[in-house]
Design a protein around this ligand. Structure first.
Ligand code: NDP
Length: 247
C-alpha cells in the first residue's frame, strides 16, 4: 500500500507544513483528516482539497486536549474506515533566552510540542497495536538535533520527541507490532511559525535568518509524502530538511 488510499491524520494542518502536507498527500490519493484550532482555516483547506478531487475531513482540535485528539482519530475511522498514519505536526516556537523567564511560553511549548505529540501517540496506539501496522510521523526540528541560543525550551521539546520516536521504533520491533516512526528535522521553513515569537530581539534575528535562507513548506511536504509512500517493511526513521542556503 502506497500513499494512495492511506488514511492520514495531520495535526497543525491549518497552515505551513501541515497544510502543504495535507494538500500533497491528498493530491496523491491519500484520505487526509486535518486538525488544528482555527476552524475557518481548516474548512477552507478542506474545500480546496475537495475541489481538486481529493478526499479530506477536518475537525477543530487542540492537541493539548487528549479527548479532542482522540476524537480526530475517531473521525478518520468513521469517515474513512480506519487510520494508517498520524502526523504529529502541531507546534509553536516562542523562542527567547532562558534568562528572560517567559515561563508561560515554556509551559505552552511543553504542552503543545511535547504533550500534544504524546496525545497523538496515545490516540492511535490501541488501533496500531491491534491492527499490527501504523506510522507515526512527528515534526521535530534541527533544534532537536543541536543546540541554538534562544531555543532552550523549544529545543528541549524537540529533543524530547526525537527520543520518543526512536524508543517507539525500537519497542515496536521488540513487540512485533510493525509500528513505524519517522522524525522530521526541518531547518528554516517559511511559515507562520515566527509569529509565535514574542521576544522582539529573538524575533528580529529569526526574521532576518528566514528572509535570507528560508524555503517554503512544500520542501517538508515532499518528504512526508515520501515516507508515507514507503513499503511496510521499511522505516525511514529520520529526515533532515535544510534550505540549501542555511549553514
Ligand atoms: P505554522 O505556524 O504555520 O503551523 C503550526 C500549526 O500548529 C498550525 O496549524 C497551528 O494551527 C497548529 N497548532 C499550534 N498550536 C496548536 C494546538 N494547541 N493544537 C492544535 N494545533 C496547534 O508553522 P510550521 O508549519 O512551521 O510548524 C509546523 C511544525 O514544524 C511545528 O511543530 C514546528 O515546531 C515545526 N518546525 C518548523 C520549522 C520552521 O522553520 N517553520 C522548523 C522546524 C520545525 P492553529 O493555530 O490553527 O491551532
Amino acid at each position: 500500500m502506497t500513499v494512495k488510499n492511506k488514511v492520514v491524520v495531520i495535526t497543525g494542518a491549518s497552515s505551513g507544513i501541515g497544510e502543504a502536507s495535507a494538500k500533497l498527500l491528498a493530491q496523491n490519493g491519500a484520505k487526509v483528516v486535518l486538525g488544528a484550532r482555527r476552524d475557518s482555516r481548516l474548512k477552507e483547506i478542506v474545500s480546496q482539497i475537495k475541489a481538486n478531487g481529493g478526499q479530506a475531513a477536518y475537525q477543530t482540535t487542540d492537541v493539548t486536549n487528549p479527548a479532542e485528539v482522540k476524537a480526530l482519530v475517531q473521525l478518520a475511522k468513521s469517515e474513512f474506515g480506519g487510520i494508517d498514519v498520524i502526523f504529529n505536526n502541531a507546534g509553536i516556537m516562542p523562542s527567547s533566552p532562558v534568562s528572560a523567564l517567559h515561563i508561560d511560553e515554556w509551559n505552552a511549548m511543553i504542552d503543545i510540542n511535547l504533550k500534544g505529540v504524546l496525545n497523538g501517540i496515545a490516540a492511535v496506539m490501541p488501533d496500531f497495536t491491534s491492527q499490527k501496522h501504523g506510522q507515526i510521523i512527528t515534526t521535530s526540528s534541527v533544534a532537536g538535533l543541536k543546540s541554538f541560543p534562544g531555543a532552550g525550551v523549544y529545543g528541549a521539546t524537540k529533543f524530547a520527541v526525537r527520543n520518543l520516536m526512536e524508543v517507539i521504533r525500537m519497542e515496536s520491533a521488540q513487540e512485533k507490532t510493525n509500528i513505524r516512526t519517522v522524525t522530521l528535522y526541518p531547518g528554516a521553513i517559511n511559515t507562520e511559525l515566527l509569529k509565535t515569537i514574542s521576544d522582539q530581539q529573538t524575533r528580529s534575528g529569526m526574521d532576518q535568518l528566514y528572509q535570507s535562507v528560508g524555503v517554503g513548506p512544500d520542501a517538508v511536504a515532499r518528504v512526508v509524502d515520501f515516507v508515507v509512500d514507503q513499503p511496510e517493511d521499511v522505516d525511514v526513521s529520520e529526515f533532515t530538511v535544510y534550505p540549501t542556503k542555511q549553514g
